[in-house]
Ligand binder design. Sequence first.
Ligand code: NAD
Length: 458
Amino acid sequence: MDEQIMLNKLLEMKNFQQSKKMYSYKDRVNSLKKLYNNIKEMMPEIVEALQKDLCKSEIESYMTEIGFTLNEISFMCKKCKKYSKTRKVLTPLAQFHAKSYEIPCPYGCVLVLSPWNYPFMLSIVPIVDAVAAGNSVLLKPSEISPNTSTVLAKLIEKTFEKGHVVVVEGGKEESTFLLEQDFDYIFYTGSTRVGKIVMQKASENFTPVTLELGGKCPCVVDETADLKLSARRIVFGKFLNCGQTCVAPDYVFCHKDIKDELVKEIERQIVIQYGVTPLTNKDYPKLINEKQFNTMKSFINEDNLLFGGRYYENTLKIEPTLIKSTFEDESMQDEIFGPILPIVTFEDLDEAIKNINSYPKPLALYIFSSSKQNQEKVLKYCDFGGGCINDTIIHIASNYLGFGGLKQSGMGAYHGKVGFDTFTHYKSIVDKKRWIDLPIRYQPYNKLKYKLIKFFMK
Ligand code: NAD
């Protein structure tokens, strides 16, 4: 997109913010309601775009993209009034007599850069949280999911007033140009590599950032786990969207004594959930492009293949595949982001925890176990963004839990109240009364004043 057009969009956002229209919670809720209705109205177009970009079925698109987003909008519409209120806080005795409070204020103009794997949900949900908090947003969706990008541009244009939420379609060139501009907040979802660039660019203008990144999410299964149920839930979380989910279990890390039985159960579940020939299952999505397809293929070889491994070059589909691995293998060096599930074993849980901690901190971690002690040990000693006990990925679908990583898997979080807070600056105010003005803090100092200061400040 032409640079001048992008600058004009930014100017429109600034003007919109200056007009302070969105400072009323009612205006924010009204625009979110309009967004809700327009998403419902445009559902067939959204489903079609997701089908074209990722071969997602209608039910998967609704569950993980459209329904997920509608749910966040409904939640924000209900809570926006409460969250937008000025919050009274206590005042220390030393500041007698005063009232103290925090005023939630929007940052202003927010830049949202989104990825291709859940191209609808990961674009709109940050917008919902940012708009609920009173901001204007410029969205730059991923160029790698072009059909969804077009529908997003249409939806936004149809829904929001000029300058409230705007879209710039394009790729790296547009992102680079936008990152040169002075936004008040940057919200980025995508790879750790680009996350680093975003943070560097943001630092030039002291712009706060949220980084929603990726990583290798371990799925620990100990010898006490219910293997049938574990397998069912692992297969769901791993092969949803053909494994292209930032919180998908990247690898299974299981106790050596239950490995064979667990693998058998996972195989059984793959057949139950995806059929004997997943490659012809129309509800099974595809890899986003040839590059990803070839990367996935390179992880499979005769020696490591446990199950699956077949693929269709022309549809970019690879069936759910299990491989046996060690931490030295190529598949264990980087986030997989596809339908290949390495199975790695451990003998002792403490060793397993050490191994997990020798990797960059993951976005999610899952522990399948019936032992309270083992569950607590893993939760306490491993660092990760969020996760589940005896399930996978569902923690991100709660409006009552923040979603985000730490260090290499990101910084900051969103969804629900946490999302509102992310896009809000709280102004801390002391309202000092005038009828009394204790002289203790003023010069000239003396011994009595010093004594009183010590009494109040300890
Ligand atoms: P990406 O980093 O390639 O792209 C994301 C966005 O950044 C796109 O809008 C893209 O146009 C832009 N971009 C790409 N290169 C850029 C550059 N050099 N400078 C500036 N902007 C640039 O990410 P992706 O491949 O679309 O997504 C996959 C990654 O995202 C995986 O690692 C996955 O784990 C992660 N992810 C994280 C979350 C999360 O919520 N934490 C969600 C989905 C995906």
